[in-house]
Design a protein around this ligand. Structure first.
Ligand SMILES: Nc1ncnc2c1ncn2[C@@H]1O[C@H](COP(=O)(O)OP(=O)(O)OP(=O)(O)O)[C@@H](O)[C@H]1O
Ligand SMILES: Cc1ncsc1CCO
Length: 276
């Protein structure tokens, strides 16, 4: 995974406007849609039963985020995950507050049966999803990304997912390889949805990553999911870093971040990527 691949996948998103179906929490819905639009993707918050399943079959990718999982949305999530799995639509699970709250913990663990392409969350959520810990403090983490490495390996083994763990240094793993990305800004933690919108951006990148929907060899090679997931983090955090340079605080940062997502280019990515 390198800067050239990151720029190439970003260009594909902008050229093809992948349709990203989001079943996400009520706090971050508008922000998430704006982040996808700024990036060049096309959001659709299709999250009611009898629509979510059929839509997941035609969407380019699906995001399921458990932040505010009301009963109807839980049913829609199960329907969408099942349909995405059946149709070969890449889908991302963001297990918000899993571990510390019981309803979403059961929901998210059940959704693993439908083999998410990637799981994205903070360290405590990832550890709890893999049943290796009890979760964080509500939506906040109490663990570090490296603490979640065994959980990433467990999720790769149990459902084949690539795992992206957020923190000061973000980490992406397929259970064997680990990519760390140190770009970004703590201002992302001072606006709501800083992590949730990254889940949607990850879905957009997976949509264009050359993964074969029939389960065959991905056009971008066997590491396509790992590389595209890491590329999403690099673009997202590079844009956040650009926004932070002229932000006066969380309020102006949010707007400048959308501007930066629309503007970020190869030179910006080259300057700001901090991969190891
Ligand atoms: N301590 C930190 N310093 C700098 N950047 C950080 C820090 N923690 C997180 N980030 C950045 O913020 C992004 C979002 O991560 P965060 O851990 O806040 O997600 P989250 O808890 O799932 O967010 P939310 O549930 O509020 O959407 C990460 O991708 C990372 O780049
Ligand atoms: C604040 C909050 N509560 C449930 S979901 C959410 C958005 C950030 O995870």
């Amino acid at each position: 995974m390198d800067v050239a691949y990151t720029s190439e996948v970003l260009a594909r998103v902008r050229a093809t406007n992948p349709l990203v179906q989001c079943l996400t929490n009520s706090v971050v819905t508008g922000f998430t849609a704006n982040v996808l639009l700024a990036l060049g993707a096309s959001p659709a918050m299709t999250d009611v039963p009898r629509e979510s399943g059929p839509f997941a079959e035609i969407a380019s990718a699906v995001l399921i985020n458990t932040g505010t999982p009301h009963a109807e949305q839980r049913n829609a999530m199960a329907e969408a995950a099942k349909a995405a799995h059946r149709a070969g639509t890449p889908w991302v699970l963001d297990p918000v507050a899993v571990g510390s709250l019981p309803v979403r913990t059961a929901l998210a663990r059940g959704l693993l049966d439908f083999r998410p392409t990637a799981v994205r969350g903070n360290p405590s959520e990832i550890i709890a999803l893999a049943e290796l810990g009890g979760g964080g403090r509500g939506t906040d983490a109490i663990d570090t990304p490296d603490d979640a490495l065994p959980a990433g390996a467990a999720l790769a083994a149990s459902c084949g997912a690539v795992t992206a763990v957020s923190g000061r240094v973000d980490l992406v793993t397929d259970g064997t390889r680990v990519i760390r990305s140190a770009s970004g800004t703590s201002l992302l933690t001072k606006i709501t949805g800083g992590g949730c919108a990254l889940g949607a951006v990850t879905a957009a990148f997976l949509a264009v990553a050359g993964a074969d929907r029939s389960g065959g060899e991905p056009a971008d090679g066997p590491g396509a999911v790992l590389n595209a997931t890491a590329a999403a983090t690099v673009v997202y955090t590079a844009a956040a870093e650009m926004a932070a340079e002229s932000a006066g605080g969380p309020g102006t940062f949010a707007g400048l971040f959308l501007d930066a997502l629309a503007a970020v280019d190869t030179a910006d990515i080259e300057r700001r990527a901090a991969l190891s």
